[in-house]
Design a protein around this ligand. Structure first.
Ligand SMILES: [Mn+2]
Length: 468
């Protein structure tokens, strides 16, 4: 069973707890969208699940580390390029008034009420085909207050700065955490972050450890300083916008979360540049030297967007040499894989309903979120295995009994003699979830796979009860 492989390394100092953990995972997998109370049939199992999460021997880090180990072995088996995508998600627990140690996530502008919850930063590994390999790091940011919306005075901005800096440090922590992992060929991984990751310390951390990165620029920062005392001569956005395009490509771009696409004609240019340390910072608080870094920029610019459409503009910063158009286009394609982390967060929140958790303390909530994170990864993986190898048998995806039930359901009760292929299994699971599956249809999407998966799990349950 996949759970045995995935959590091979899990040790809570009590064998019964490991057994219990796997039982809980199995139930969570069947009813990903339910909260604890509606996942289990009996009061004793519900109580048992609560007791599990409040047991001090059960630590979220133990669960996460076991999953990370399994993720690393998936990474090491990859022949394709592997990416680690970093991003933050806000988990809303505003209705949980009794949980005291939560963090501030938003402030309502009118009522001034502060919503409480957790700030979760994920590092998520995917391969070149967008197949999710697993989580490689999770950390939570503490935020005990939200500073009054700044009136735009300079004084206020200065006052705010340390807090912002402290919080953005989570990006550096995430990279540091990953660099500590063994059995990973660090130099082959590419770290991806959105505009929030655009800051000097993060670039420096990566360069210092020869970790490759691809990050979208946000600040119009000063670049290209040649002498130490000289002030930088260019502004990054102005500089890259003024470059002569090296190539023009026409492609489909995704324009919003609803997966709407439109055609776009994009100009691509790239150039090496030097990034000087931020001004007004001579010595660094961690005692590390500040220096100029040689980096590469790739700009992807839509010069003539259709009416009423925002032009697409990506300025990507990387320490991977970009010397020709092909490499520049490759960076654009890589960056578009960043979307996968958003999908993962969506599955975690709306698919695995982590915001409906009914646990009392922050510590226990985190254990629950860690557990559900693995479930979310597994569901996501399941929806993407069609990208791996369609003709492979699905023994790694479905157990024997799951295959039997699925086969019977679509073959008038007949019994299968050979393992079903991944393609066939996905098609049938999709059909259970409402997929029509005409020849011209795209493969079933995540939501459909998931509905189908849940139905299959329930069918297997009934089958085992009835047929023993
Ligand atoms: Mn983000």
């Amino acid at each position: 069973m996949w759970l045995d492989d995935e959590f091979n390394g899990v040790v809570f100092g009590d064998k019964r707890l490991v057994k219990r953990f796997k039982q809980i995972m199995q139930e969570f997998m069947k009813k990903a969208q339910s909260n604890i109370a509606s996942t289990f049939d009996s009061w004793s199992s519900i109580k048992g699940c609560y007791r599990f999460f409040s047991n001090d021997k059960v630590e979220s880090q133990i669960i996460l580390d076991a999953h990370i180990d399994s993720t690393i072995s998936r990474i090491s088996e990859e022949t394709n390029q592997v990416f680690v995508i970093h991003d933050t998600t806000y988990i809303d627990y505003k209705n949980r008034k009794k949980t005291l140690d939560l963090d501030c996530i938003t402030r309502n502008l009118q009522s001034k009420n502060i919503a409480k919850g957790l700030i979760l930063h994920n590092s998520f590994a995917v391969n070149d085909l967008g197949v999710p390999l697993g989580i490689v790091g999770q950390n939570y940011t503490e935020r005990k207050e939200i500073i009054e919306a700044p009136k735009k005075t300079k004084k206020h901005l200065i006052h705010n700065k340390p807090v912002e800096e402290k919080e953005s440090y989570r990006w550096v922590e995430a990279i540091k955490g990953f660099l500590k992992l063994d059995n990973v060929t660090q130099g082959e991984i590419v770290h991806i972050a959105d505009r929030e990751g655009d800051f000097y310390e993060l670039y420096r951390e990566c360069c210092e450890h020869e970790a490759k990165f691809l990050i979208r620029a946000s600040q119009n920062r000063a670049i290209n300083k040649t002498k130490r005392r000289e002030s930088p001569k260019d502004k990054i956005f102005d500089y890259f916008r003024s470059l002569k395009p090296e190539a023009t490509i026409t492609t489909e771009i995704q324009i919003n979360k609803e997966k709407k696409h439109r055609k776009a004609k994009l100009c691509i240019a790239f150039k090496k540049f030097t990034l000087p340390p931020p001004p007004n910072r001579t010595a660094n608080k961690d005692g590390k030297k500040l220096y100029n870094m040689d980096l590469y920029g790739v700009i992807i610019l839509e010069k003539k967007p259709p009416k009423n459409h925002e032009p697409l503009e990506w300025l990507l910063i990387t320490n991977i040499p970009v010397t020709n158009t092909q490499e520049a286009i490759e960076k654009m394609r890589w960056y578009s894989l960043r979307w996968n982390v958003e999908t993962f967060h969506k599955i975690l929140k709306s698919g695995c309903s982590i915001e409906d958790a009914q646990l009392r303390s922050k510590k226990n909530l985190i254990k629950y979120i860690t557990t559900k994170s693995v479930i979310a990864w597994r569901i996501f993986w399941l929806s993407r295995i069609s990208r791996i190898d369609l003709n492979h048998n699905c023994n790694t995806v479905l157990t024997k009994i799951q295959q039997d039930v699925l086969f019977k359901r679509f073959n008038k009760g007949k019994i299968n003699t050979e393992p079903i292929s991944v393609k066939q299994a996905l098609n049938w699971i999709g059909k259970l979830g409402g997929y029509i599956g005409r020849n011209s249809d795209a493969p079933p999407g995540i939501i459909t796979i998931w509905k189908g998966w849940t139905r299959l799990m329930n069918m297997v349950d009934d089958y085992t009860i009835i047929c023993g």
